[in-house]
Each structure stands twice: as C-alpha cells, then as structure tokens.
Design a protein around this ligand. Structure first.
Ligand SMILES: C[S@@+](CC[C@H](N)C(=O)[O-])C[C@H]1O[C@@H](n2cnc3c(N)ncnc32)[C@H](O)[C@@H]1O
Length: 486
C-alpha cells in the first residue's frame, strides 16, 4: 500500500531539487506520485511512495533533502491539525480523510504505526518541533509538544534515539522579512529518514587535504554524482579533473574513478597552495591523499596529465558516467596544445626537452569535444553531467550544447552574480550511431570569458566607486558625531 510522505528540503539550490530526486528515482527504478505539484516557493513536497524502503533509499542519496516524514495529518491551522489527528485515532480505516480536496492541505490518516506506537508500552518516543521561517524558544516548543498529550502513547519519552520519533512542523512561508503571525501549513507525522546533509560537512573543502582554486564544493559535487546516477562498481571519468573534487563524491557512492587534466603542476600537487598563509604544499596533498582521507582509496584508479582536445583513451573504452566542470577561462586558463605558426615542424634534437605550445581552447570547442567524447565513450543509457557558464540575459535553451546521440535530461541554474550563472546540464546517451559533428554555430558566439570580463569590469568598477562613496559618507557622519559628542 502506498504511503504519504513529506519530503523536507534545505532551502538552497532550489532549482536542482527536481533533477536530483528524479535522478535518484530513476537510478533505483522507483515510481512516485506527487500529491502537490513540486514548486520552488515551498521547501517541501507531499508525495506518495510504494514503501518506506523507497523513502530510505531516496534519503540515502539525496543531499538536498533534510528529512522525510510519514505524513499523518496536515492542516492550515493548529486547532484543525489537532482535530484531524484526534479524529484519525478514532478512525482506523487506513484511508486518507479529506485528501480528495483539491489542495490536500487539510487531510489526515490513522496509520498502523500510530496505533502500534500508542498500544505498545515498550516503545519509547519523542516529539520534535520544527518551525520554518520563525524562531521559537525552547519553552514555546515544549508548550506546542504538550498540546499532543491526547495521543494515547503508552511508552516512555526518550530524547536520544527513541523507537518512534514524531515530527510536528509549522511552515511560515519563505520570506524572512514578511513572517505571518500564524503558519501557512502544519504537518504531523513519523520521522522516517534524514537526507545526506551531514556529508556536506564530512566532505567540506575546509577540512580537505588537497584543494585548488577551482575546487567544487562538497554539496554540488554530491549533487552531480547523484545526477550522474553513480552506483557501486561504475567506471567514472572527469576529463577536467583539477583537484579531483568530483571524484571524491563519485567514489563515495561506489564509483571507480579516473581523471585527466592538462595542468601537470596541479595533478602532481606542485601548484601554488590555495589556503591563505600556506607557502608550499605538503606531501600528502594530492587527489590520492584525498581518497585516503575519505576511506575510498580502493576506488581511485588514477589521474593522467592529458589535453582533452587530444583524447588518449582507447576507442572501445566505455564509462558509466562522465562528471565534469570544464574551464570557463575566469579562474583558470582555457588552453589546448597547438601552435598558431603555420607549417611548424620540430627537429628530432629538440624533441626530448620540448614543452608544447598552447593555444586558446574556446568554450564552443570544449563542449563540442565533450559531447562527442560522451557519445563515443558512454555506455548506452548512461549520463554526462557538466557545468555550462553563461551570461544570464543571453540564455536561450535552444542554444545549449547539443548532440544527436545525447538527450538533455535536466538543466538547472546556479546564479553566480547579477549577470552570470552556470547551468548544470545532464545528458543521457540514447544512440550509438555517432556522426561527425561540426562545432555548433550558435555555440561559436559563446565567449563567456570575454563577456565575463567586459560585463564584470563595469559592475566591479561601479561597485568600487559606490563603496568609495559610502566610505566617504560614513567617515563624514563619524566626524560629525564626534564633533557633536565633544
Ligand atoms: C573548473 S576546473 C575543474 C575543477 C575541478 N572540478 C576541481 O574540483 O578541482 C577546470 C580544469 O580544466 C583544466 N583544463 C583546462 N584546459 C584543459 C585541456 N585542454 N585539457 C584538459 N584539462 C584542461 C584546468 O587545468 C582545470 O584544472
């Protein structure tokens, strides 16, 4: 029998929720019913799933879910919630009452677990109060808990690790500047599982041995691994691996990880340390060292210094996922091996000590090479997940990188500034019939680096000028108040 659940999300990276949960559902081949259409203005979804096992599986992967609650009652006022819950206890039909109304916000059910918890004197319990967008003191929270005293719970209260954790949630909207006196929605149910928010701290860049100045933060790396549907035993590649943050997340979910990067100094941990005050890199600072730090060294295959425009992989080698953050040319150079001089030849005598020259590797060419590589080297039905930078006002979905062998599955925006953003694109391989593709003519116009610096420069200058004016005004007022005080 399907049960109804409240999925409570962290209120950040809102645009990524649907993509993450859909990826996890399809990874585990699980169905879902949306009781309310997911919308970005609420930090929760009300859904139905076939079993508690499904909820636990979703929560075991999702980094955006805070927790999942088996829903027993919802209402728009506190009094109504208690009324609903009381009548639930007297109605053991096991069906949702009031759930056929269009908004589903005033409904209740009496689940078997509530009756069991009530009748079993050996089962300890705890009621937890969560409020969204409004703070309550401990005393106020205890008062709210006291109002549930009509629940005929026989077991003892246990604050640490109880057998049954009951959860009461009041939702006051998402605008901290406009908090209503009464909540918009109230929920009551049984806690089932927490999401993977703790992993953000465990994998935090602050505590990571080896990082670079473009290391991807832990939360987004985990999100990418989920969207790539990384699973035990999968072969994963990041062809622009940098300091290997994406490999850390992929290895955590059981992937065997490869990486490559043109930057010899980065892969050999000889680049300038990123942490303030550190002069030289220590000997355990490396991607392998990071894997060791997180206990996933056995899943680390290797990283290779290589220019992605000249792939060195065997043509029949297949990956289960490609996860990558290509260079945007803002904090790192975008280069490939090449020379602008025509008819250049290298004498044999110079070969041993030759360091190849580099030319610019424009974004259109990077994404064209990347999608072509994915079409050739992904297993059928598997995914490539990559970031794509853009100037927000120029965004046009039709001009996103395209390949006939890949289907765009999701496209979520992370705003970087008023003017710029990057989009996390997830493609799934749908065909093995890879044609020779010219670089997309729309993409050729996409020069993010040039636009970032021209658009960015004005705004930075404007910001600097504004700050300077503010400083002058502030010092004027400080001087004035000093004069008044003396
Ligand atoms: C945005 S960074 C990746 C950061 C990485 N995700 C991390 O967590 O550290 C892009 C990387 O692409 C590399 N790169 C630039 N041009 C390249 C090329 N032609 N072939 C391979 N790697 C390249 C840069 O050296 C840089 O490390």
């Amino acid at each position: 029998m399907w049960h109804r659940y409240l999925m409570w999300f962290a209120h950040e990276h809102v645009d990524f929720r649907y993509a993450e949960i859909q990826s996890i559902l399809s990874l585990f081949d699980m169905p879902i019913k949306y009781i309310e259409k997911p919308c970005q203005s609420k930090p929760y979804w009300v859904v139905e799933l076939p079993s508690e096992e499904c909820v636990k599986k979703i929560a075991s992967r999702s980094v955006l879910i805070k927790n999942c609650i088996e829903l027993w009652a919802t209402a728009k006022t506190e009094a109504r919630l208690h009324e609903n819950l009381k009548s639930s206890i007297n109605n053991v039909s096991g069906n949702w009452i009031g759930a056929d109304k269009s908004d589903n916000s005033d409904s209740h059910i009496c689940p078997r677990e509530l009756l069991e918890a009530c009748s079993d004197s050996g089962k300890s319990f705890k009621i937890e109060v969560e409020t969204f967008c409004k703070h309550f003191t401990m005393k106020e929270k205890v008062d709210k808990i006291e109002k549930f005293s009509y629940l005929p719970l026989k077991g003892p209260v246990k604050l640490n690790n109880p057998d049954v954790m009951l959860s009461y949630v009041e939702f006051y909207g998402v605008d901290p500047n406009n908090v209503p006196e009464h909540p918009h929605n109230l929920f009551f149910g049984r806690w089932v599982a927490d999401g993977q928010r703790d992993l953000i701290q465990v994998h935090s860049l602050k505590k990571r041995q080896f990082i670079g100045n473009t290391s991807m933060d832990a939360q987004l790396s985990i999100l990418m691994a989920n969207q790539a549907q990384v699973a035990q035993g999968h072969a994963i590649l990041d062809p622009f691996v940098g300091s290997g943050s994406l490999l850390v997340a992929a290895a955590h979910f059981g992937g065997f990880v490869w990486g490559s990067d043109i930057d010899y100094l980065m892969l050999h941990s000889r680049s300038r340390p990123t942490r303030v005050g550190q002069k030289v890199r220590t000997k355990d600072e490396s991607i392998r060292g990071n894997m060791d730090q997180y206990g996933t060294k056995s899943r680390y295959l290797d990283v290779i210094v290589s220019d992605f425009s000249l792939p060195m992989w065997r043509s029949d080698l297949k990956f289960d996922a490609i996860i990558t953050d290509p260079p945007y040319g803002v904090r790192e150079p975008i280069e490939r091996i090449g020379i602008e001089r025509e008819n250049y030849t290298l004498s044999d005598a110079h070969l041993p000590n030759h360091v190849p020259a580099k030319v610019e590797y424009g974004l259109p060419h990077i994404y064209s090479d990347l999608l072509d590589f994915a079409a050739r080297h992904l297993e059928m039905g598997r995914r490539i997940v990559c970031w794509y930078p853009l100037v927000r006002e120029e965004y046009n979905e039709e001009h996103l990188p395209f390949h006939p062998c890949l289907r765009l599955v999701s496209n979520s925006e992370q705003v970087l500034s008023k003017l710029t953003a990057r989009r996390l694109l997830t493609y799934e391989k749908i065909s093995d019939d890879v044609p020779e593709m010219p670089v997309d003519p729309h993409a050729v116009e996409h020069n993010f680096r040039e636009k970032y610096f021209t658009v960015g420069e004005t705004t930075r200058r404007e910001r600097k000028e504004r700050r300077a004016k503010e400083l002058i005004a502030n010092s004027y007022w400080i001087e004035q108040s000093k004069c008044k005080n003396t």
